[in-house]
Design a protein around this ligand. Sequence first.
Ligand SMILES: C[S@@+](CC[C@H](N)C(=O)[O-])C[C@H]1O[C@@H](n2cnc3c(N)ncnc32)[C@H](O)[C@@H]1O
Length: 311
Amino acid sequence: MGNEFVEHPSHSAEYFGDTRDNWWNPDYVALLARRWRLDQVREVLDVGCGVGHWGRVLGGVLPGEARITGVDRDPFWVAKAAERAAARGEAERFRYQVGVAEQLPFERDRFDLVTCQTVLIHAADPGVMLADMIRVVKPGGLVAVAEPNNVADTLLNAAMVHAPVDQVLALVHMQLLCERGKAALGEGHNSIGELLPALFAERGLTDIQVHLNDKASLVLPPYTSAEQRATVEEISDFARREFWIWSRADTLRYFIAGGGEERSFEGAWAAAMAASRRRAEAIAEGTYSSAGGAITYLVSGRKAAASSGGA
Ligand SMILES: C[S@@+](CC[C@H](N)C(=O)[O-])C[C@H]1O[C@@H](n2cnc3c(N)ncnc32)[C@H](O)[C@@H]1O
């Protein structure tokens, strides 16, 4: 239970806990498979695969003979993803290797589907990353990504509904500054999901479609399901360790880079931590509930089919 990687220095370690297994409704993923015509897919590339969560979700609806290759720049995640696939007896179907998304270690036109989940939000230049994903997909093949608008979560958060308007706006203000600062530092924009359809069009993809993940992370006392326990444990753990969306050090860097003034950081951070503590206390008292909505866009597009070369 929990997160075996918590406080590990690798990228996104704070977000590779049990809650990540609960991001998708299986029946919705089956619907997605029909929309994306995954029955025709045999070779898949999962870019920025981490420990393999997204590839595994898709693996459940891909044809049995489909092979999923995961690539990540961090050798630690690659090793862990391979370990997990082997533990499931799926080492043949799921292969993992080190590589950077901006220069994928594959020849052009290789895969039927090139995909990623919450990776473009970390790209210094998502257009460059997307261009290489398009390079390695076959003509007529699909590029499909799952990327969020994370700032929306703060407004949707149930605890915020009850908070005074000034407090809500202060936290949203802080998050917007940080998201812009993170982007300015070349570490990616956490709400890039909003801009991806236009980027897909700019890069020449056709048949662009956008859907929303229909999964909500319901939290309702007494939090008895394994899924709800994982969610409330993660919220409480973040509060206990004073981890906001990012660590304090990263939040400060992003805040300043986004145009925030150093002298106003302490107050903003204290307010964020107080909000986080109040939520954890309400969980401990069994009074916290949330409909748990979030915005994750599924953006897909096809690479133009090769011309026949005829007249
Ligand atoms: C938020 S995690 C997502 C992991 C996985 N896609 C999932 O949804 O479970 C982001 C992952 O992208 C990887 N990553 C970030 N930038 C990358 C890049 N430029 N090239 C390759 N991997 C990258 C990180 O190492 C990390 O494992």
